[in-house]
Design a protein around this ligand. Structure first.
Ligand code: FE2
Ligand code: FE2
Length: 170
């Protein structure tokens, strides 16, 4: 059975984000239940989907006053880099590394969705952001300066925080 299954605990009430997250959970389940002969292509599909998923969220953040170096975007970069390294490991025949990575990814995603993505969904709704058109209905409530944290309650928003600190947040 896959480590991560879709449930109400993952719903963030932002359909564009929820749809992508549901797809992510389904693709990760395919990886976790794949036999050796299909593990590598399923992992590649998951990496490509995650590249688009993270890229879209990064665009939404930058459209609503998050710095491109916000801790949320930095975490995306770090995780995607590790996933790409997984492609190389699989090509070298190390399928156990992919299976281990998939289990860790399931744990990471649950935490990420419920913290950073939840904070982003709240922020996007608060400024009336439409993910389909990229428009902000209430630009007057956008933050006056760039946000460097992830917007979560426990996340510091310091322009001087070191990237490595930001990556560890929250
Ligand atoms: Fe996400
Ligand atoms: Fe995210």
């Amino acid at each position: 059975m896959p480590s991560l299954q879709w449930s109400d605990a993952l719903v963030l009430d932002l359909p564009a984000m929820d749809d992508t997250h549901r797809e992510f959970v389904d693709l990760l389940a395919l990886v976790e239940t794949a036999g050796d002969e299909t593990l590598q292509p399923h992992w590649r599909t998951l990496v490509d989907h995650t590249d688009e998923h993270f890229g879209r969220e990064d665009q939404w953040m930058q459209a609503t006053r998050f710095a491109s170096t916000s801790c949320h975007s930095v975490q995306h970069q770090v995780v995607l880099q590790v996933m790409r390294e997984g492609i190389a490991l699989a090509e070298a025949g190390d399928l156990d590394a992919i299976r281990q990575m998939a289990r860790e990814l399931a744990l990471w995603f649950l935490q990420h969705a419920q913290s950073m993505d939840a904070a982003l969904a709240l922020h996007l709704r608060s400024v009336g952001f439409d993910p389909l058109t990229g428009t902000v209905a209430m630009p007057q409530v956008l933050p006056a300066r760039l946000l460097h944290g992830c917007g979560g309650a426990s996340c510091p928003d310091s322009e001087t925080a070191e990237p490595v600190v930001q990556a560890a947040c929250p």
